[in-house]
Design a protein around this ligand. Structure first.
Ligand code: PLP
Length: 361
């Protein structure tokens, strides 16, 4: 006998990347965090949090943050809902839209939380496979006729940005809501925000976790026409964004110069890292995010992951059919990237030169 819903009994919980204990010395390239500190303005805002704002409940809609985000994006604050990370917005979307009769669709492989949230709702999930180029399978996603279709752009773990023309076509053809998860959009050559103004069924998700170096704060937001956001607001936890996050996030999002400078540094490192990985014989997919999808020369990505881990370098390995020969590597600081490359050269290059696999060593 179980105390839980059958959907929960059948569920495998979402598996986040490893988070080392405080003080543990690792090169952490596994969860797409930004390697640089948050904005000094955000840190000053953190210091200035008044005791009274902790004593009281926060504003339910995180007004200070919403106003700042709206000003930066040039939209009205009524087009924004803030959340405890963009994961919270995804939860609201699934709760308000998906159930056993209202399926969900997304291309795969992608952010695996989508699958977990569908299962929590007991909603069928149509997973449409990407091909090896990770071009969006528009036809088959539209054919799924889902109540909720989700596309991450840039996608994780592939790193490619989906062209707006494909997203626009998909938005026109799906019968339900199209969510464009732009967790990594700041690192890309463009974004799809303008679709929210043209399509009544499009929601764009953003987060401060990656581009703003605030993964620990937990702050994300959704942009969509207010009519579409009204459903989300009904299922939102009353105080889903705490007073500290709203205040620090507001300062962080206003400091666009700091964000742009960090993003540029990460993108420059991404290109150097990509070229260096290709030099040692890896296949590297083109990325517009702060990580790279990489296939080691012999395809034994699990072995590389385990051996790097033994050396205190964490990357992400997904033990899944379409990803088993690949690994996702977050772009770190130049020093971190060099440590990774030095370790990889030991693991990979001798095998390339001598024709042996790393397992033979
Ligand atoms: C595609 C995608 N969406 C959303 C998230 C979650 O971001 P947040 O930290 O805002 O919950 C991630 C985190 O890794 C992600 O990769």
């Amino acid at each position: 006998m179980s105390y839980f819903r059958p959907a929960i009994d059948a569920l495998t919980a979402y598996q986040p990347g490893e988070q080392p204990a405080a003080g543990e010395q690792v090169v952490k390239l596994n969860t797409n965090e930004n390697p640089y500190p948050p904005s000094p303005g955000a840190l000053a805002a953190l210091q200035s949090v008044a005791a009274d704002s902790l004593r009281r409940y926060p504003q339910p809609a995180a007004d200070e943050f919403r106003a700042s985000a709206a000003a930066v994006l040039g939209i009205d604050a009524t087009w924004i809902v803030a959340g405890n990370g963009s994961d919270d917005l995804l939860t609201m979307l699934f709760r308000s839209v998906a159930d056993a009769e209202r399926p969900v669709a997304f291309p795969a492989p992608t952010y695996s939380l989508y699958r977990t949230l569908a299962r929590m709702q007991g909603a069928p999930a149509v997973e449409v496979p990407f091909d090896d180029t990770y071009a969006l399978p528009v036809e088959r996603l539209a054919a799924a006729a889902a109540a909720l279709t989700i596309v991450a752009s840039p996608n994780s773990p592939s790193g490619n940005r989906i062209p707006n023309a494909d997203l626009d076509e998909l938005a026109a053809r799906v019968s339900g809501i199209l969510v464009i998860d732009e967790a990594y959009a700041a690192f890309a050559t463009g974004d799809a925000l303008e679709l929210t103004a043209r399509r009544e069924n499009v929601v764009v998700l953003r987060t401060l976790s990656k581009s703003h170096s605030l993964a620990g704060l937990r702050l994300g937001f959704a942009v969509a026409p207010p009519a579409l956001l009204s459903g989300l607001l009904k299922v939102k936890d009353s105080y889903n964004v705490d007073a500290v996050s709203a205040r620090v996030g507001a300062a962080a999002i206003r400091d666009t110069a700091h964000t742009v400078a960090n993003v540029e540094r990460v993108c420059a490192s991404r290109e150097r890292l990509s070229a260096a990985l290709a030099d040692i014989g890896c296949r590297v997919w083109p990325s517009e995010a702060n990580f790279l999808l990489v296939r080691p020369p012999d395809g034994d990505a699990r072995n590389v992951y385990e051996r790097l881990k033994a050396e205190g370098i964490l990357i992400r390995y997904f033990d899944e059919p379409m990803l088993a020969d690949r690994m996702r590597i977050t772009v770190g600081t130049p020093a971190q990237n060099e440590r990774l490359l030095a370790a990889l050269r030991q693991l990979v290059s001798p095998a390339v030169e001598s024709g042996r696999t790393p397992n033979d060593q």
